[in-house]
Design a protein around this ligand. Structure first.
Ligand code: ADP
Length: 193
């Protein structure tokens, strides 16, 4: 199995690179942001709870996120593996993911970190607000999301860096060039197992 985590601040291009990775390796896409937006759209109990939290740019509780991932993980076929996009975002989520994978006799193959400087991130997100109309793509929410990313998610990146599975890539440039670097790293990592 091939299990990939993609990290990056909001606007770093996780969704774009995930699409390339999924096509190339035929993986299941698990994006907690997409799963949450679907719950909001369907106005489920979970969605109604998550909506104001997301709009303010805060993190939804670990309990909700881990429960949601466990359900998806159980439903999906385990054939090729997963790309985790927007998850794990806290150390507690990373620990839960480790034990979920261990239960299936598998683990994380490679972790990708897309790095983009903050002024570029803000520019991209505000453009996306116009193109896609995401209700959390406003200045206040963006700044809160960036702060949460630095405080809560960077420690998770460090957790994987310590395991020697991390590739840091410059997220500014041609999407194809960025993907080439990611592909090389994944191919290298998967045959090291
Ligand atoms: P972005 O990376 O641009 O913030 P996402 O689509 O990944 O966008 O997530 C949107 C929002 O959903 C986040 O700001 C947060 O409120 C919530 N969210 C998504 N994934 C998680 C997670 N793993 N833990 C907590 N909250 C999450």
């Amino acid at each position: 199995m091939l299990n990939i985590i993609i990290f990056g601040a909001p606007g770093a291009g996780k969704g774009t690179q995930s699409k390339f990775i999924i096509q190339t390796y035929n993986l299941n896409h698990l994006s907690t942001g997409d799963l949450l937006r679907e719950e909001v759209r369907l106005e489920t109990e979970l969605g109604l709870k998550a909506k104001p939290i997301m709009e303010a740019g805060n993190y939804v509780s670990d309990e909700i996120i881990i429960g949601m991932i466990e359900n998806k993980f159980r439903d999906n076929s385990m054939a090729n593996g997963f790309i985790f996009d927007g998850f794990p975002r806290t150390v507690a989520q990373a620990e839960a993911l480790d034990s979920m994978l261990l239960n299936q006799n598998t683990n994380i193959t490679a972790v990708i970190l897309l790095e983009v400087e903050e002024s570029e991130l803000v520019k991209r997100i505000l453009k996306r607000a116009i193109d896609e109309g995401r209700t959390d793509d406003n200045v206040d929410s963006v700044l809160t999301r960036l702060r949460n990313y630095h405080h809560k998610t960077i420690p998770v990146v460090d957790y994987y860096r310590a395991k020697g599975k991390l590739l840091q890539v410059n997220g500014v440039g041609l999407v194809e060039d960025i993907f080439d670097q990611i592909k090389e790293f994944i191919d290298h990592s998967r045959y090291q197992l």
